[in-house]
Ligand binder design. Structure first.
Ligand code: EPU
Length: 429
């Protein structure tokens, strides 16, 4: 078992470079299946979700060549079997993007029901509704989702009943080679959707309107090789912003798109944190004395749900009573029990958390209950005086590349240690 051991209470100072966006990468990696020839992807983050995406492609026969730490050439020419088995899909929620990509390439796909962070029911009815509208039938049997378009995919009009990032991406992937025009209404507008559309357009797709709630896709027959650089990760950047604020630090966060961070910036400013914006970097300075505020998470451009545990943790250190309302997921406050061990005073009623700011958190052993909850534990531990050990860090490593090195560079006292588990201990005795 691996843990982070953090000796907190030290201000973070210096510079940190943000990696490529996880949620763009996990969509763009399957999208390489659509190119006739190899694609070069630049600025891929060094995270386990990228490794899982690569492993799925390799298991299907793709060739992946490392060009440097963050640049890879992916050649899917020899993929013949459109199947992603459970052993592969169970590690990553986004493995369902292989459904849309394989359907576009082979007119059929078979993908196991995916794993990933657990914060309530995570239905995929809107993805299936979209495939169906494009002319594909589906069955779900023994944990496998099978989709098939006997007559090929045909462009159509699709109205999503809920705003869904995953359904928008999956239908976009399926529609790029469908015959005719597809109009996706009530589409999600997240930066990673725009990034996927830009990637597909760079291969020769004809997509307009990504980033608005109506996306028009005119199907093309063929998509070509391309070289593409993935956008910076909005949530990794936001997490380092909160880390700087929580530790009374002064950090220049580089390789960001400040526009994507506006909803986070505005809450931090309201809390009394100084945020200076530059072209592609942002400086966060805090002297402590954080003020209360209220936050409601919403689809983009609202405050991102993937920053909810991090901002709740910061509010737990502020003065006064704050309210955080989760507007996307049913059950995304499971980590609050862990924060309470560190002295946070938070009560949760359904999708609403009431936070009585306690000024400072204290060190305690905790665990990461999912990816962003894990990021919240790191924030709490960095701010708290004393030594905090965080278990289940595999969740954190799914989405935060080189986090130990980046934080050490900012002056944090953090290390990753390997603790022998029960079986190893028994052997050692
Ligand atoms: N929903 C449905 N039916 C569907 C799909 C979604 O009812 O067919 C509902 C969900 O239950 C939820 C809401 O719609 O209440 C939004 O879900 P969405 O489909 O947008 O989420 P997702 O695509 O499964 C992505 C990110 C999540 C992020 C959400 C919301 C990826 C790989 N994952 O998930 O990111 O929380 O959008 O922004 O892009 C993370 O990075 O930590 C993470 C969990």
């Amino acid at each position: 078992m691996e843990k982070f051991v953090i000796n907190g209470g030290k201000p973070l100072t210096g510079e940190v470079e943000i990696s490529g966006a996880k949620n763009a990468a996990v969509a763009i990696i399957p999208a390489t299946l659509l190119a006739e020839g190899p694609c070069i992807l630049e600025n891929l983050p060094n995270i386990s979700d990228v490794t899982i995406g690569f492993n799925i492609l390799r298991a299907m026969g793709a060739k992946i060549r490392t060009i440097n730490n963050n640049t890879f050439e992916i050649d899917t020419t020899y993929v013949t079997e459109p199947v992603v088995p459970y052993e592969m899909a169970k590690y990553m929620r986004a493995s369902y993007y292989f459904l849309g990509a394989l359907l576009a390439r082979f007119n059929r796909a078979s993908v196991a029901m995916p794993g990933g962070c657990n914060f309530g029911v995570r239905p995929i009815d809107q993805h299936l509704k979209g495939f169906n509208a494009l002319g594909a039938d589906y069955t779900i049997d023994h944990g496998m989702i099978d989709v098939k378009a006997e007559q090929g995919l045909l462009g159509t009009q699709i109205y999503f009943d809920v705003v869904s990032v995953g359904a928008t991406i999956n239908v976009l992937l399926a529609a790029v080679k469908a015959k005719g025009l597809t109009i996706i209404e009530n589409a999600a507008k997240e930066p990673h959707i725009v990034d996927l559309a830009n990637f597909l357009n760079s291969m020769g797709a004809d997509i307009m309107g990504a980033g608005t709630d109506v996306i028009k896709v005119r199907g093309v027959e063929k998509l070509n090789s391309t070289t593409y650089g993935i956008i910076p990760d909005q949530i990794e950047a936001g997490t380092y912003m909160v880390m700087a604020a929580a530790t009374k630090g002064n950090v220049l966060i580089k390789n960001v798109i400040p526009k994507h961070l506006e909803s986070i910036t505005s809450k931090l400013v309201k809390m009394g944190v100084t945020v200076e914006e530059y072209d592609d970097s942002i400086r966060v300075i805090s002297h402590g004395n954080l003020q209360r505020t209220s936050v409601k998470t919403q689809p983009h451009p609202g405050f991102p749900t993937d920053m909810q545990p991090q901002i709740t943790t910061l509010l737990a250190m502020a003065e006064g009573t704050s309210i955080v309302t989760e507007g996307v997921w049913d059950n995304r406050f499971q980590y609050v029990d862990e924060l309470r061990r560190m002295g946070a005073n938070i009560s949760v009623d359904g999708k609403v958390a009431v936070i009585e700011g306690c000024g400072a958190l204290h060190a305690a052993p905790v665990k990461a209950t999912d990816l962003r909850a894990g990021a919240a534990m790191v924030i709490a531990a960095l701010s708290a005086k004393g030594t905090t050990e965080i278990e289940n860090i595999h969740h954190i490593e799914r989405g935060y590349g080189d986090i130990v090195e980046k934080l050490q560079h900012l002056g944090a006292d953090i290390k990753k240690v390997i603790i022998p588990d029960g079986a190893e201990l028994k052997q050692a005795l």
